[in-house]
Write a protein that binds this ligand. Sequence first.
Ligand code: GTP
Length: 435
Amino acid sequence: MFVDQVKIKVKAGKGGDGMVAFRREKYVPNGGPAGGDGGKGGSVILKVDQGLRTLMDFRYHRIFKAKSGQNGMIKGMYGRGAEDTYIAVPEGTTVSDADTGEVLGDLVEAGQELVVAKGGRGGRGNIHFASAKNPAPEIAENGEPGIERNLKLELKVLADVGLVGFPSVGKSTLLSVVTSAKPKIAEYHFTTLVPNLGMVRLDDGRDFVMADLPGLIEGASAGVGLGIQFLRHVERTRVILHLVDMSGMEGRDPYEDYLKINAELKSYDPSILERPQIVVASKMDMPDASENLARFKEQLANDHTLAKQPEVMEISSLTHQGLEALMLRTADLLAQTPKFETVAEKELKQAGYYKFEADEAEAPFTISRDADATWILGGAKLEKLFKMTNLEHDESMMRFARQLRGMGVDDALRERGAKNGDLVRIGDFTFEFVE
Ligand SMILES: Nc1nc2c(ncn2[C@@H]2O[C@H](COP(=O)(O)OP(=O)(O)OP(=O)(O)O)[C@@H](O)[C@H]2O)c(=O)[nH]1
């Protein structure tokens, strides 16, 4: 419950290509190799931004690409590395690979970063391939391709403010008028079977997440009804708005209800009652409301069992009376109340749940055979090597052939029955097999 979820695509930048070039100096007809390396491609990095509370921004922006590195240049000059692309995510975002389901990490601290797609390494220029045997190599690597992956971001939205109160006191209605959430409202109890969550945005720029915690009835803390799930959520909220219906329509005693709800909260976790709580007198547009409220206040004042007198505010979600004042006051209380970790969060942290394994495991090469008898080579490592091969220079191609041999591709082909002159294909590039 309360999980905001979105799928995005990230693509890291390709490394810049290495260059094949030679020194051109006066009086030296054929200088040594002077092709520089390509710069590294930009990575895509997720970073916690504490100003964000939801994954809402991703509804409109789902594809993120980092820039490629610059190609190597003549005179041994390196290509410039591309800048990394940062994606701001809210605190508490869990990141997984949408295709494999593997969890890549939990972003739980301010400023925490997670590299989700590493930029490709720059290809080496021909400077690096010179040897005594081959002083003027026409070999250069292309840049390594950037990693591309589909990610699933999940956010267990933590409510800052919890609405509690008996069924039908007007919790969903209040939530719907002050937030963007649009809960169903109906005239029977337990309309809201899953907690509703909404974001309140104030004109002064402050915002907070408010949750309707319905189903809180007597016995909920003992596991009766749906209450217990919602009580668990209450645990996380920092400010509690306790709605008390002043209409008197349901023939209930508002003061009795108020005490019962507090007793439920207390038996679940006594510390909940120590958090700031505003008693919200609801449905103040109803004829008897003022009278009921006056009596309620009197009862409060005369109750000496209370540790302290609660703050009472009046609203009507129908006429919008008092709503703005209530939201401003709530934001003020939030600003004064520190965040705290729940027991579950502490346990997770102690278990060391940070993972940092965004690197792709490379599959070995694969061999298959086409209908026209062409051998097809595949596999992540092999395809990457191929992409990094500069096809314009025979020597670079020969280097690739050596790399394939080194990986055991030749042997594997021979084992499968490949003969001299058979066609072998990688991607859209075809060549002949030579034993
Ligand atoms: N007159 C009046 N009626 C209201 C007001 N707010 C809510 N109501 C009505 O009270 C009834 C119950 O409101 P809900 O918002 O569904 O109450 P709830 O506390 O969320 O109830 P549960 O989902 O059952 O826990 C509905 O018929 C609403 O139209 C108000 O400010 N004034």
